[in-house]
Design a protein around this ligand. Structure first.
Ligand code: ZN
Length: 257
């Protein structure tokens, strides 16, 4: 698909801002993984829009019955977990990895749990909602890739501290690991430009990160398929799929670098 001229112009405007910024960061959400075949939770075609919102007290229920949680998990992996297992990064993920590789993008905060930014080659990633391919101890916050953690007892406990182990994915009602959250705020405070891609940034705490950049007189670039809650806070709005617009954006930045 060839993007319309006004979209291409907004991409060039965005590239100019990025090239003239000192500390560029990015916030991504479900929209960036849609082109990898991962369904968003909310909005048109959303998993929850179709099947209803999940229970909002998942973490409390886990704490009440961790054995039951693990039995269910080992019996039938959740539909969403299975749907993630064979997915590949798309050109949007690859472009952000490239932007980091050329020294422009300093860090990337994602609300996604699908591991696709790592798969694309990004390095400095802050996963605000965890990663579905890892397990984590809820006490000392040690983490292990799923395939390297042997589940001996149900529920499994941490080899380091004996704490309860669960998926690294942050459940409803579960606090976001404090160190990750602190780093997200630090990175936002340092940013003079943030790219907000594939998210309407309505869910806190992610929603507050672009506002920190704005408050510090930094500039915001939106990459979304349509207008969102953040549209009017942004300096440039690129309304196009991220898998189509981000490769052009990186190409334009490389011309200016
Ligand atoms: Zn532990």
């Amino acid at each position: 698909m060839v993007l319309p001229e006004d979209t291409l112009q907004s991409i060039r405007d965005a590239a100019a801002i990025i090239a003239s910024s000192e500390y560029v960061t990015c916030l991504t959400g479900a929209g960036i993984s849609v082109e990898s075949g991962i369904r968003p939770f909310r909005g048109p075609g959303g998993l929850w829009t179709e099947k209803g919102e999940p229970s909002m007290d998942g973490y409390r229920r886990f704490l009440r019955d961790p054995k039951g949680y693990w039995e269910r998990r080992l019996e039938n992996k959740s539909e969403f977990g299975l749907s993630l297992s064979d997915k590949e990064p798309n050109p949007g993920h690859l472009s952000l990895a490239r932007l980091e590789e050329i020294g422009v993008l300093k860090s990337l905060v994602t609300q996604n749990i699908d591991n696709l930014h790592y798969a694309a080659g990004s390095v400095n990633i802050l996963e605000i909602h965890g990663n579905s391919k890892w397990y984590r101890c809820i006490d000392c916050m040690s983490r292990w890739p799923n395939e390297e953690f042997e589940v001996k007892d149900i529920p499994p406990t941490c080899p380091q501290c004996g704490g309860l182990v669960k998926t690294d994915t942050v459940m409803f009602g579960e606090p976001i690991p404090r160190k990750i959250l602190e780093r997200c705020f630090e990175e936002s405070e340092r940013s003079d430009c943030m790219i907000v891609a594939g998210t309407s940034a309505t869910v806190t705490p992610a929603a507050s990160l672009p506002l920190i950049v704005k408050r510090n007189a930094g500039r915001l670039i939106e990459v979304n398929i349509r207008e969102s809650e953040i549209t009017y806070s942004c300096d440039v709005n690129v309304f196009a799929p991220s898998g189509e617009s981000l490769p052009i954006l990186v190409e334009e930045v490389e011309k200016l670098a």
